[in-house]
Design a protein around this ligand. Structure first.
Ligand SMILES: [Zn+2]
Ligand SMILES: [Zn+2]
Ligand SMILES: [Zn+2]
Ligand SMILES: [Zn+2]
Ligand SMILES: [Zn+2]
Ligand SMILES: [Zn+2]
Ligand SMILES: [Zn+2]
Length: 410
């Protein structure tokens, strides 16, 4: 039997079939449970869902769970020879075991058979349980090597995949490399597509892809782009709502300023509105109005000025009348004072405060304005000590009357 591994000393093989799991190493066989933690021997990472395989060294087949599914025999480029087919499961042999009679069965089929009916299904030869070939972790490596080297095509060949290679590499191609295999979008958008369309999907379609706004610094999901542009983006170029320039596009956050201060189509009110011009037109037409309506504006100013002049005159007149009136009143007050001066009405402002101060001892005597007893009588002046004076201190209010020197009559 040819040694497909080149050297049996370095063959590291993982078998992961229904009944057989083992690593063949130079030390012999490991138990299936040891195998669990040492899946692929030394060459590959033991972790990773894809179980890194596709080893280039022949005879190191590391087959995955998927490989236990029935393999579609039509994928072999050339019709599968009978000797490579299991007489029990009718599929291509997996980890074949050779019986004494020369026939081969899959390891799993063999173990199933050995349990119920230990005879070759083709010629009824009894299976010798003590034959070392029948040990649980032994299989026909040479034969399996031949099978793994058979040429197959991709199972997605009908969708256009042109891949053709060794059966050994089939699973790796289909699971990891085939551009025609269907995958789910990595962004969880729910889309399913052939792997070759992934980039196109991400670049053009995926609603869950985070994209950058071409106008502002915002980053958002593609599905939110519409809302962002319609409602949020401050830098989105927008046309002027006044349609002042078909080619002009203004960032949203500058549009108000454009309309308020610059847009030639913005409707405006004539600056002379306050003097009566009710003209309204676009900003660009306003200079023309100022030019053509200059006479009108000047007339309006003139009318306004005349009106104000009249008002001013009225005010002046009223002012003069008021001044004359005050003068008259003033004279009458003087005369009345002279007549009524025989009676003093003296109003002391802020009485409470002054009384308080007087009680504290720091208030001066208060003096009244001067008054006369009659038109040509005595000139008098009253004075008051709010807290009393002399005997009356603290209990009375003392009021004094002083007779003043008379004025010389001219
Ligand atoms: Zn089988
Ligand atoms: Zn047989
Ligand atoms: Zn393919
Ligand atoms: Zn997607
Ligand atoms: Zn934006
Ligand atoms: Zn404009
Ligand atoms: Zn005007």
């Amino acid at each position: 039997m040819p040694d497909i591994a080149g050297s049996s000393q370095s063959v590291k093989t993982v078998m992961e079939d229904a009944g057989v799991r083992a690593t063949v190493s130079q030390n012999g066989f490991k138990t299936p449970s040891e195998e669990e933690n040492n899946m692929t021997g030394g060459n590959h990472s033991p972790t990773g869902s894809a179980r890194s395989r596709g080893s280039s060294s022949r005879g190191s087949p590391t087959l995955s769970y998927q490989e236990r599914e029935k393999f579609d025999l039509k994928l072999f480029l050339y019709p599968l020879e009978k000797k490579y087919q299991c007489p029990i499961c009718e599929n291509v042999l997996r980890y074949p075991k050779q019986l004494k009679c020369g026939h081969r069965l899959c390891s799993s089929c063999f173990h199933e058979l050995a349990r119920v009916e230990p005879r070759c299904p083709l010629d009824q030869t009894e299976i010798d349980k003590d034959d070392p070939n029948q040990r649980p972790d032994h299989f026909d490596k040479a034969c399996y090597g031949e099978i793994l080297a058979l040429e197959v095509r991709c199972k997605h060949h009908e969708w256009g995949c042109k891949w053709e290679s060794d059966y050994k590499d089939f699973q790796d191609h289909v699971n990891n490399k085939c551009e025609y295999a269907e995958i789910l979008c990595q962004n969880d958008c729910g889309a399913k597509f052939q792997k070759r369309f992934l980039q196109k999907h991400l670049d053009k379609d995926c609603p869950k892809k985070i994209i950058a706004c071409p106008y502002c610094d915002d980053r958002h999901l593609r599905e939110d782009k519409k809302t962002h542009l319609a409602e949020e983006c401050p830098k989105l170029p927008l046309p002027c709502p006044n349609k002042c320039d078909k080619k002009l596009e203004i960032p949203r956050d500058e549009l108000d300023q454009h309309i308020e201060e610059f847009c030639p189509k913005t409707k405006m009110v004539c600056e002379f509105e306050v003097i009566g011009c009710s003209h309204r037109c676009s900003r660009e037409k306003m200079p023309k109005h100022y030019k053509s309506a200059m006479i009108d504006h000047v007339k309006s100013i003139f009318i306004k000025m005349t009106e104000q002049d009249e008002r001013l005159n009225k005010h002046e007149l009223a002012l003069k009348e008021n001044t004359d009136f005050i003068k008259g009143v003033d004279k009458r007050v003087g005369d009345l004072e002279k007549i009524a001066n025989s009676q003093l009405i003296w109003r002391i402002e802020d009485y409470t405060r002054k009384l308080k101060e007087a009680r504290a001892g720091n208030a001066d005597t208060l003096f009244s304005p001067t008054f006369t007893t009659s038109k040509h009588g005595y000139r008098l002046c009253a004075s008051v000590c709010l807290n009393g004076d002399g005997k009356g201190k603290g209990t009375h209010m003392s009021v004094f009357i002083s007779v003043l020197k008379g004025e010389k009559v001219k």
